[in-house]
Write a protein that binds this ligand. Structure first.
Ligand code: NAD
Ligand code: DAU
Length: 350
């Protein structure tokens, strides 16, 4: 019997991880802890929120007393930690928000777990979900491996790198059982439309300009979100204690090529003439400190744990676009309220 605390479970990746664990492990209790920031949305979980093995706790990672209460109330045995401020552009505008949630919040959670599990730390696991951005930027060639030195370039990646270091330090200093995974760019249903793929799907639907940063030749390695959730399940159950695993899609795309594929697929699905949405492409001022290329070497998780992506990019993108076209209410809800202010602030004058 496990009582697993999943943090950030109302967000994009976290909601897919919660759903997978709730459905696959009826004997585990899954406790979703989330502060419900702009990025957290309980609508993401409405298909499973009545399940008997699911509980939700609206708690901020910065509230140490509330964390302690959650551990005690649910007798938490393990943690999968995803809650974070996750958008690079927001981190450039407000770095301290990222320091508080990603660094201080992670240390609060580590402290709470360490204290609650102190009778026997070896019986419990603290799984920290991180990003490939901690490794910095690649040139035209090469891949990030688990031994690539950390070299974060944005306030977001610096805060994630710092949280990774704290997790490592708690393993060394206090002998906590930890594991860290560093994943490449995810895409899929429930992705908040501030990130490239869902933002551009929303703008194409609404025939708004598609704001391409710089020369558009930046490269990302895209992974379907459910494949990431399956990788987390695999590492949680079979990964080696105190190891790091890189997770990636073996799927590199230059932004502009990816955007053109999206435009073509959406023109076909929306009954528009092919080429119509490409007219919306607008090159704008670059993101400061923009990392040129990310690409993951996922050999270790593949060889040691047998994980590999199950969905091709063509399939995953089609599923994703269809989901947004069929879930207009979800999209309308998350783009009402403060979203217009965010968009205006982020893109005005670029
Ligand atoms: P997201 O922004 O969609 O969701 C983050 C969730 O955390 C939200 O539900 C939010 O309400 C919650 N949260 C934020 N601050 C909190 C706080 N102080 N206390 C409690 N909850 C809080 O993020 P995501 O894209 O799903 O990313 C999840 C994790 O995966 C993050 O740790 C991120 O660094 C990592 N990651 C993301 C990607 C990606 O491509 N999106 C890739 C690799 C790793
Ligand atoms: O690599 C993993 C990371 O991927 C995660 O850790 C982050 O949480 C996640 O947000 C993502 O970071 P990126 O910065 O790579 O993702 P984003 O969707 O913001 O941008 C992807 C690429 O598209 C990047 O080169 C910037 C570019 N871009 C993005 C936006 C929002 C544009 O050209 N225009 C845009 O409007």
């Amino acid at each position: 019997m496990k009582n697993i605390l999943i943090t950030g479970g109302a967000g994009f990746i976290g909601s897919h991880v919660v759903r997978l664990f709730v459905n696959k492990y009826p004997n585990y209790k899954i406790v979703n802890l989330d502060a419900l920031t702009y990025a957290g949305n309980l609508e993401n979980l409405k298909d499973i929120d009545q399940s008997p093995n699911y509980k939700f706790e609206k708690v901020n990672l910065l509230d140490a007393d509330a964390l302690k209460t959650v551990f005690t109330t649910h007798n938490i045995t393990d943690v999968i930690h995803l809650a974070a401020e996750s958008h690079v552009d927001r981190s450039i505008l407000s770095p301290l928000d990222f320091v508080y949630t990603n660094i201080v919040g992670t240390v609060n959670l580590l402290n709470t777990a360490k204290e609650f599990w102190k009778a026997d730390l070896t019986k419990h696991l603290f799984y920290h979900v991180s990003t490939d951005e901690v490794y910095g930027a690649l040139g035209e060639t090469g891949l990030f491996t688990e031994t690539t030195p950390y070299s974060p370039n944005s306030p977001y990646s610096a805060s994630k790198a710092s949280s990774d270091h704290f997790v490592r330090a708690y393993a060394e200093t206090y002998h906590m059982n930890t594991v860290i995974s560093n994943c490449s760019n995810n895409y899929g249903p429930n992705h908040f439309p501030e990130k490239l793929i869902p933002l551009f799907i929303n703008n194409i639907i609404n025939k708004k300009p598609l704001p391409v940063y710089g020369d558009g030749l930046y490269t990302r390695d895209w992974l379907f979100v459910i494949d990431h959730a399956v990788a987390i399940d695999t590492i949680f159950h079979n990964g080696k204690i105190n190891e790091t695993y890189n997770i990636g899609g073996f799927n590199e795309w230059k932004n502009i090529d990816l955007i053109k594929v999206m435009c073509k697929q959406m023109d076909a699905k929306l009954g528009r003439s092919i080429g119509e949405s490409e007219q919306l492409i607008t090159y704008i001022k670059d993101r400061p400190g923009h990392d040129r290329r990310y690409a993951i070497d996922a050999t270790k998780i593949n060889k040691e744990l047998g994980w590999k992506p199950s969905v091709t990019f063509e399939e995953g993108l089609a599923i994703t676009i269809d989901w947004y076209l069929q879930n207009t209410e979800w999209l309308n809800n998350v783009t009402s309220g403060n979203y217009a202010n965010y968009y205006e602030n982020m893109y005005a004058g670029r």
